[in-house]
Each structure stands twice: as C-alpha cells, then as structure tokens.
Design a protein around this ligand. Structure first.
Ligand SMILES: [Zn+2]
Length: 231
C-alpha cells in the first residue's frame, strides 16, 4: 500500500518496486502486509531540481495538432501505449539494476524539465534525452518482455516498450530501426534497436523513459543501482 492505496503484490521471493515521480509529495507512507502483520515505513522525499527546456522550430502538428485525421491517429497510438502499460510481468530482473542503454551518449535534455515548445508551455519532459549518432545500437538495460514495438508513431517515431516486472516499463523513442518484436523476452545488454530522429525530434537521440504504473520516473536514477545485499 502506498499512501493508503493498494499498488502491488510482492514476488514469491518478496521483492516489490515503488517509484516516486517529479511531483511526488514530500512524504509518503509504505505499508507492507505480511503474514506476521503490517510493516509501516514513512519516507521523506527531497525536492528535485528541474530546468526549463525551450525548443523552437517544430512543425505545428508536433506541438498542437488540430487535423482530425491526425488526432484520431494520435488517439489510436495512445491506446496502444496504454494497453502495453497494462502488462504486469511477474519478474524481478530489476533487482540486478539497470545499465545505460547506449555505450556512449551526451545528456541533451534532463528528466522533468518544463517544456516550452514553439513558445507554448507543455507537459514536463518525462524522459532523459541521450544524444548519439544515428544508428548507434540501443541495448536493453535490464531483462524484460517487449510489450510494444511500433516503427512509426506520430510523436515517438520508432517506439519500443519493455516490461521489467512489478509495473516497471521502459520506453525507447525516436528509433531509426527496431530489432525486437512484441512478445519477445530480452536479456540485459541485448540490442533492441538503433538511435534515430523519427517522430518529434530535432536531432538524433534516444529519449529514454521509465514508468512505474502511471508514474513517470527518471530512468538515469536506476542505472548503476544495485539492490543492497544482491551484489
Ligand atoms: Zn525526450
């Protein structure tokens, strides 16, 4: 239970995952119901530091689309993503931590920045943008199940989603090439696609996103993380 809401059931080995997003409250309570009774822990959450990201010169249909045919397509693509996010793989590969998905990169836009696109205030940037040459290999940062692999979404371009278990799903946007298909199991380090600039992108980069259930997390915070005691 997180702040009184039931959110997840631990794996058979007792592992579960909880995430806090950009606008999380300053304090949260986790309650774990065990056969021996409930365990409570209150967590204090420090405020993050988020920048403002101004991007101009985007085609208007990438900022405020109004064409009914395009809006219908965007709606259909949103439904595909929502369906993929319903996946609840019973897995705990996340306990081994995440690697970065590229061998080399430059962080070109941080997670959580307030976005101003063509002068319009938009939703915060819920990804980490990793700039790299087009064609650079993207690797699965952790084992999981491919739940979506679409080569040409309107905003995301070539998009792959991977379920890592416990409601934790990672996203890989703007790919020039997809190397995996829906239903495929991937292992850590496996090539899943290539960096591109398809969809809403002004240059070749990987927009790497991570969701825990409906919350957007900063994926770079998981890279290099190891669960204490598991090595
Ligand atoms: Zn991005």
């Amino acid at each position: 239970m997180l702040d009184g809401q039931p959110v997840t059931t631990a794996s058979a080995a007792g592992w579960f995952f909880i995430g806090f997003d950009r606008d999380a409250p300053a304090s949260s309570e986790i309650r774990v119901d065990t056969p021996e009774g409930p365990l409570l822990r209150r967590l204090d959450i420090l405020p993050g530091d988020f920048d403002v990201q101004r991007i101009g010169g985007l085609p208007q249909d990438q900022v405020s689309p109004s064409d009914p045919v395009l809006l219908e397509r965007i709606g259909r693509e949103a439904a595909l993503k929502a369906a993929a996010l319903e996946s609840r793989l019973d897995a705990e590969g996340f306990t081994a931590g995440f690697e970065m998905p590229l061998d080399s990169w430059r962080l070109s836009a941080r997670f959580g920045g307030q976005r101003i696109l063509n002068g319009e205030a938009k939703r915060p940037h819920y990804g980490a943008d990793l700039a790299a040459p087009a064609g650079s290999v993207i690797r699965a940062p952790c084992e999981g199940l491919v739940t979506l692999a679409e080569p040409a979404m309107h905003f995301e371009g070539g998009l792959t989603m991977i379920d890592h278990g416990q409601g934790l799903t990672s996203f890989y946007l703007h790919q020039s090439r997809l190397d995996v298909a829906v239903g495929q199991q991937v292992v850590r380090g496996q090539a899943i696609g290539a960096v591109g600039m398809t969809g809403r992108a002004t240059g070749p980069h990987l927009c790497w996103r991570l969701k825990w259930r409906d919350r957007n997390l900063d994926p770079t915070l998981l890279s290099g993380f190891r669960v204490p005691g598991l090595g």
